[in-house]
Write a protein that binds this ligand. Structure first.
Ligand SMILES: [Zn+2]
Ligand SMILES: [Zn+2]
Length: 134
């Protein structure tokens, strides 16, 4: 299924701008903020507005096609990887990468509780930055 078909299947009319935002997230697994998405896309779509980007992100998140990722209080990032996973954020370069954990870990918690959201974040210094220091 291509991105357009996924939007249609989820009841979203695939306008050009919606498709561009969704495709951007599917293509770039960098956990961008809304501002980064806007900045990158407006090079190709000069008519794009920040409000449109925010609205499309809200729409996609509402349909569970993307996930909101909150690592630090002041920034909301977006992720098109829907499989349960956590994130590692490098405090030096700011890069956010996926961390996959055992599903048993979630199953164990879900036995007694109802999980409505998972935010599993690790902050540290990435391999790249560590190597560049020495
Ligand atoms: Zn780093
Ligand atoms: Zn992720």
């Amino acid at each position: 299924m291509n991105n357009k078909e996924i939007l249609i299947k989820n009841g979203i009319s695939p306008s050009f701008q919606r498709l561009q935002v969704y495709s951007y997230l599917r293509k770039n697994n960098v956990h961008p903020t809304a501002f980064k998405i806007y900045n990158d896309l407006k090079k190709q779509i000069p008519t794009l507005s920040k409000t449109t980007v925010y609205n499309v992100l809200k729409l996609l998140a509402g349909k569970n096609l993307i996930r909101e990722v909150k690592i630090e209080d002041n920034e909301l990032r977006f992720d098109a990887v829907l499989q349960e996973h956590g994130h590692f954020k490098c405090s030096e370069c700011g890069k956010v990468t996926d961390v996959f954990y055992d599903k048993e870990f979630v199953d164990f918690i879900e036995k007694r509780n109802k999980i409505t959201d998972i935010q599993f974040n690790i902050i540290g210094i990435c391999e790249n930055c560590l190597n560049n220091k020495n």
